[in-house]
Design a protein around this ligand. Structure first.
Ligand code: SAH
Ligand code: TYD
Length: 395
């Protein structure tokens, strides 16, 4: 196996979604070295030492897709497109979480795979056909036995969380009809490099996909991209429309356009990643400087949206509870806990920002527009936001 060429070291990091209870605050947290590299052959960019999915995706998983209106709308719009253009009779979603996508379809049409039992329970209770399993070839065979094959497989922000891509695709090949469609949606590596969003790397995000990297692994598994949409979601994502090679669908010119965009930017060259790593180091210094300055002025900073991404930023830049008084978040399973590594209290979002808050650090920067709309009063009274992308600044 060809080894990754390492280009980025994000220090030691706790598990990104492992929010701490008060009683655990004095216990030593397990931390993992987070280094990122590129495979010189496949051009896939990944973290160097992935840890087992079983450690991260368990029956206490706090993430809920439905916490953002932007995500709900995006899933709804895609569902409309799927019904209109492809009209599949059976759909499988990998990483169905709390059902934000499958809820747009009738219950006899969709199957969801979600390994975290506490989350899968939500869709099962609603009457959806969901399985608390990890996606692999064994699961595919089990699902076929009970439900037969499917015409469409969708997976958003999930395939990038699974180390063994060959097995993921083998399992998809097993369950998908020969004329079926696979839609994969994940943050774009090109956008990540352009916007310096190094926080897309954390232990759950084993890969940040480029089109050129994904194409290599798809090709090896007899699959090919026939269209691509560039989305604004999560700071810039790609939605890849994929078919089996044996099926003859027309390949859209969008594929070549996107491939050329990535090559022109230099995603096929190691030097591009080395300069990105240098920008990340500068970003760390700049962000820390902003926090130190505000701290000296005795102004109050809170965080908004506790994200897995913000775990990377806060631990890498060493911004802890001395700098941020508390976070607010709408996710019940994150509330009344503390951020991993940096031990910042997480409060329930009360519906508005407290009067004594001067600055908000945007953990959920990817939902900036949605949050700005919601926090008009804070902005009106002169409140400011701290954001790290594309460069750390106060806005
Ligand atoms: N699709 C949703 C959820 C993304 S979060 C969205 O876009 O908002 C990632 C999800 O992938 C989690 O719910 C996690 O439990 C699930 N996941 C992680 N590993 C998986 C695997 N091997 N098979 C299926 N789902 C997995
Ligand atoms: P997200 O960026 O999807 O997460 P991750 O980096 O973990 O994949 O998470 C957004 C978080 O922000 C989630 O915990 C919900 C929270 N949030 C709010 O509290 N209020 C809001 O208005 C929005 C849009 C998100």
């Amino acid at each position: 196996m060809i080894k990754n060429i390492q280009f980025l070291d994000l220090g030691t990091q706790p598990l990104a979604n492992n929010y701490l209870k008060f009683k655990d605050l004095n216990n030593k947290e397990k931390k993992y070295r987070l280094k990122v590299g590129i495979n010189p052959k496949t051009k896939l960019v990944s973290i160097n030492n992935p840890i087992s999915g079983k450690l991260m995706f368990n029956d206490k998983y706090p993430y809920r897709s439905s916490m953002s209106k932007t995500m709900i709308k995006s899933f709804k719009d895609l569902s409309k497109l799927i019904k209109k253009v492809y009209n599949p009779s059976k759909i499988l979603e990998i990483g169905s979480n709390d059902g934000s996508f499958i809820k747009n379809f009738s219950k006899n049409k969709v199957i969801g795979i979600e390994p975290c039992a506490n989350v899968e329970k939500i869709t099962k209770k609603l009457g959806y056909n969901t399985y608390s399993e990890f996606w692999n070839d064994r699961t595919a065979k089990k699902i076929i036995k009970k439900n037969g094959k499917v015409d469409l497989v969708y997976s958003a922000n999930t395939i990038s969380h699974i180390e063994d891509l060959d097995n993921v695709l083998k399992a998809i090949n097993i369950i998908l009809n020969d004329d079926g469609i696979l839609i994969i949606e994940d943050p774009s590596l090109l956008e990540c490099l352009k916007k310096n969003t190094y926080d897309q790397f954390y232990n759950e995000h084993i890969y940040v996909f480029s089109l050129i990297g994904l194409e290599n692994i798809l090709n090896k598994n007899d699959l090919e991209i026939f269209d691509i949409q560039n989305l604004k979601i999560h700071g810039g994502s790609n939605r890849y429309f994929i078919k089996k090679k044996i099926s003859n669908k027309k390949i859209s010119k969008n594929v070549k356009i996107n491939r050329n965009k990535e090559i022109n930017y230099g995603l096929n060259k190691i030097s591009t990643y080395k300069t990105f790593a240098q920008r990340v180091k500068n970003s760390k210094k700049k962000l820390k400087k902003i926090f130190v300055k505000i701290n000296l002025e005795n102004k109050k900073i809170i965080g908004y949206g506790v994200t897995a991404k913000s775990t990377t930023i806060l631990n890498y830049c060493k911004i802890d509870n001395k700098f941020i008084s508390y976070f607010v978040d709408t996710t019940v399973d994150k509330q009344n806990k503390y951020t991993p590594g940096t031990k910042i209290p997480i409060n329930k979002y009360s519906g508005s920002i407290e009067k004594d808050v001067d600055y908000i650090f945007l953990g959920a920067w990817n939902f900036k527009e949605e949050i700005f709309k919601k926090e008009k009063n804070f902005i009106k009274r002169g409140g400011k936001f701290i954001i790290h992308t594309p460069i750390p600044k106060i806005i």
